[in-house]
Design a protein around this ligand. Structure first.
Ligand code: SF4
Length: 340
C-alpha cells in the first residue's frame, strides 16, 4: 500500500459541487477537481469526496522543551512530545522546515501512528503536553483533533505551532481541543504575505484574534528578515495591532532570520534590528517580549510587568530558575499570563 493510501481518511470542512469539491479548511478555499489535490498537497478529491492523505502519518516524533515552540508562558520547564507530518498551506521562500513542508510522499518513510500511540509517546517521554509542529498542523486537522482529544482524556495539554492560516469555522472547532498556540505573524503587510509567503495577512490576524477570543493561550512569533519585513514602521504597526486587538499580556517572540531555502541571498538579521524590535514592542506596551535565534542576553528571561523582578531565567530553551508563587510573580503576586 502506498504511503498516501495508508493515511487516507475522509476530510472535514468541504462542500461538493458535482464532482468538484471546495475545501473550507484554510483561506485558500481550494476548488479541487476529481483526482486532484489542494495547494497543501495533502488533501485530495476522490470521486467527489475530499480526503486527507496524512491521517496518522508522522514524519517526525520528538520530545522537546516546550520553550522550543516557543511557548514561554505555558508549562515552563516541561517536555512536550512533538509530532509533524508533511505539507504546508503557505509557501514561504524563507521556510526553515522546507524538507517537511515541501516534501512529497516518496521523500519520507512516514510512521503510521494512532491517537492512542500519541498518548503512549507522551507517557514514555514524561511529557506534559503534545505539540503539533514543524509542518503546518492546520492541514493535519482530522488527526491532530482526534489525537488531541485522546491526550486530553489523560490530562495532557495540547499545542499548535501554526502559521494561523486557517478559516474561522475549523479554528472555532479547536476550542477545548487545542489549549495553546504559538502563531507566526510573518510580516505586517499584504505585499509581504503575497510575495514571500503565498498567502494573505488579514486571515492570519483574524485567526489570532479568534484564538484569543476562544481563550486559547496565545503567543506570537515574528521572524525578522532584513529588507523584507524589518522596517520600523512595519514593526510598530504589528505591535500596535497586538496590543490593541489581542492585549498587552500576549507574549511576542522576535526571531532572527538565517539564510535558508530560497532566501539564501539575504543576510541574517543583525543584532541592531532585533534590539530595535524589542524596544518598539516594549514602548508600545507589550508586557512580555523575547528575542530568539540570536544572542539574547536577558531578553529571553521573563520579568514581572508590575515590579520588574526576574521571574523566569532561561538559557536558550532551558529554564534555569524561577521566582513564582504558583503562576504569579513570586515578589509582588502580579499576573504573568502564565499557565503552570
Ligand atoms: S487546507 Fe489544503 S486543500 Fe484545503 S483550502 Fe487549504 S490548501 Fe487548499
Amino acid at each position: 500500500m502506498s504511503t498516501s493510501e495508508r493515511g487516507l481518511h475522509e476530510a472535514l470542512f468541504w462542500t461538493r459541487e458535482g464532482d468538484i469539491v471546495r475545501c473550507g479548511l484554510c483561506p485558500h478555499s481550494c476548488v479541487i477537481a476529481d483526482g486532484k489535490r489542494g495547494l497543501c498537497g495533502v488533501r485530495e478529491n476522490r470521486k467527489g469526496r475530499l480526503y486527507s492523505l496524512i491521517y496518522g502519518l508522522a514524519s517526525s516524533i520528538h520530545p522537546d522543551p516546550i520553550e522550543k515552540k516557543p511557548l514561554f508562558h505555558f508549562l515552563p520547564g516541561t517536555t512536550s512530545i512533538s509530532f509533524a507530518s508533511i505539507g504546508c498551506n503557505l509557501f514561504c521562500r524563507h521556510c526553515q522546515n522546507y524538507s517537511l513542508s515541501r516534501a512529497r510522499f516518496d521523500d519520507f518513510d512516514l510512521t503510521a501512528i494512532t491517537p492512542e500511540e500519541v498518548v503512549r509517546y507522551a507517557d514514555t517521554t514524561r511529557s506534559k503536553s503534545v505539540s503539533w509542529t514543524y509542518n503546518e498542523p492546520t492541514i493535519w486537522h482530522e488527526f491532530t483533533s482526534a489525537a488531541s482529544k485522546a491526550a486530553h482524556k489523560i490530562g495532557l495539554k495540547t499545542c499548535y505551532v501554526t502559521n494561523g492560516y486557517i478559516q474561522e469555522d475549523p479554528l472555532r472547532e479547536l476550542r477545548g481541543v487545542i489549549d495553546a498556540m504559538n502563531i507566526d505573524v510573518k510580516g505586517f503587510t499584504d505585499k509581504f504575505y503575497k510575495g514571500t509567503c503565498g498567502g494573505r495577512l488579514q486571515p492570519v490576524l483574524t485567526a489570532c484574534e479568534v484564538a484569543v477570543e476562544l481563550k486559547m493561550h496565545v503567543e506570537l512569533t515574528y521572524l525578522i528578515i532584513p529588507r523584507y519585513n524589518d522596517s520600523q514602521t512595519e514593526i510598530e504597526s504589528f505591535c500596535e495591532w497586538a496590543v490593541n486587538k489581542l492585549g498587552p499580556q500576549i507574549p511576542v517572540h522576535f526571531s532572527a532570520f538565517h539564510p535558508d531555502y530560497k532566501l539564501t541571498n539575504v543576510p541574517g538579521t543583525p543584532q541592531s534590528s532585533m534590539d530595535m524590535a524589542f524596544d518598539i514592542a516594549r514602548s508600545k506596551g507589550i508586557q512580555f517580549v523575547y528575542l530568539g535565534n540570536i544572542s539574547a542576553g536577558d531578553k529571553d528571561d521573563t520579568f514581572c510587568p508590575k515590579c520588574g523582578s526576574r521571574v523566569i531565567e532561561r538559557e536558550g530553551f532551558w529554564v534555569h530558575g524561577t521566582n513564582l508563587r504558583e503562576n504569579r510573580c513570586g515578589n509582588c503576586g502580579a499576573d504573568l499570563y502564565l499557565i503552570v
